[in-house]
Write a new protein. Sequence first.
Length: 582
Amino acid sequence: MKCFKTLLANIYTIKKLKRAQWYLEREKPIVENFFDLAPVDNADIDGLYGKALDFAMRNSAVRNVAITGPYGSGKTSVIKTYEKNSPYSFLNISLATFSDPNFNADPGSSSSSDEITVKIERSILQQMLYGSETSALPYSRFKRISKPRWLNVNAAGFAFWIIICFYLYRERGSIFGVTSLHEMKPLWAFSALYAVSYFTQLIARALRASHSLSVKRLSLQNGEVELDGTPESSILNKHLDEIIYFFEEKNYDAVIFEDLDRFGSPEIFIKLREINKIINDRPRRRAGAGILKETQPLKFIYAIKDDVFFNKDRAKFFDFITPIVPIINNSNSREMLSKCMTDRGDKQEIDNRLLGDVSLYLDDYRLIKNISNEFLIYQSKVGGVPNLSKLFAMIVYKNTYPKDFEALHHGKGALLRIVELRTQLIARAAAETDVRIETLRQLIRASEAEICSAQEDLVRIFWGQLCGGNTDYNIKFVYAENEALDFQKLLEWDNFRKLYNEKSIRVQALVPWNGQFRIRDVEIGSSFREIEELAIPGTKFEVRYERIKNKSSQRRSELNNQIEALKEEKSELARKPLREST
């Protein structure tokens, strides 16, 4: 029994059996939490876009149609929806895989512009011609590698033709000697008919093959034949006959060009417009088979951004313009992002503020879907229980800056440099904290060295210097902001501070006069700061006042508490996240 199960398991692993199982189950819905990034075919819910495009398709005067909108607005989905619901035949040409958004050519370089134009034209021609079967374009000069059909039958037919020819040659005397139809053998008639018809087919194939050759030079002397190799100044102009032949053989109603605006080359639009006019002006196009062809010119539909042409040139170039209103922008991207995350049940575990901040920079629905897909995979693959908010932030960074994210794997990138600065930021913050601690300690040491114990002592020092330096007067009052203050009022520090800005000290003093003393106003001739320098050289009264305040036990306790708090802040620096280290 065990061997039988092993045999069944081995049989199940066979590739063809897996393929058969996939074929039987391919229609079953896949129940997963992933989102595909492909365009949808139900983007026109109210049918307004379809009505606009129907108008353009049914109007014979409209030849060039623009579907405009920013990247990610849903232009391709609208086109796909219309293709699904309309009776017309479309040819899709997309240059998405050919686009290089990082290309930044010199505006003055004509060679770079010409090279881009040639590449675009070649891509258009390749998608146009190589997308069709070889048998559909038998006279095209573009030959593709195709697998020969009925190779054995054709080989047998050719061999049989050789035998028939040999048989007819051997019987030529009898055949030419026939005088009436009654003497003609059926085998002779069949052989002659087969030989002639097969030879005619060979000649037709040879002529068809020679039609794609263009001889530029023929040298009988050296036996050389050089085929045409015209420089590719313009691919579309060079192969214009191929394009016209293609559309004469293929009954397309419209050609859809997508991502043609990514290269910033308006010249290609002008060439395509000219080609559209040439095709529609062809007599065979106007008088084709059926009534539909007589009234349905070939349309060129361009899915482009709004800023491809300047000012009013856009309205002059296109015959009809259909704008696409983006389904997502910065104002509703949060709802879209929340919807994608809610469908998987992870929104409640991600910080709402983070979702709101990130959504301001997400305006592409495909990008939001891809973020959700990658988040699901990373969440399942990361070991342990990850912080979902941090994981989500990393996935957003990966999708918005993929080049820098890839550089992280090689020890490079802007984010890595920022993270490496964390050590420097911590060291700088620690040094700044040490300076603040040392400043507080200096305040304590300075207060301990202060000889005065009260603010009144500082006033007495000033008053003593004022009176001692002016012994000719008996000073009673000193003016501060035009207010006369005696010594008792000056002991109040708020009154004493009024003297700081006095440029010339003025006092009231008893002045001797004719053997008597009279009270008079006297200009001392010195400023407050000059007297201060004489009284307490090298310092200031306000500084010594702060030192005296720091002598109090309450103030000393506050300073010590500040020092301890700074020490704790310094020890916490290494544990702070990067966003709080700056």
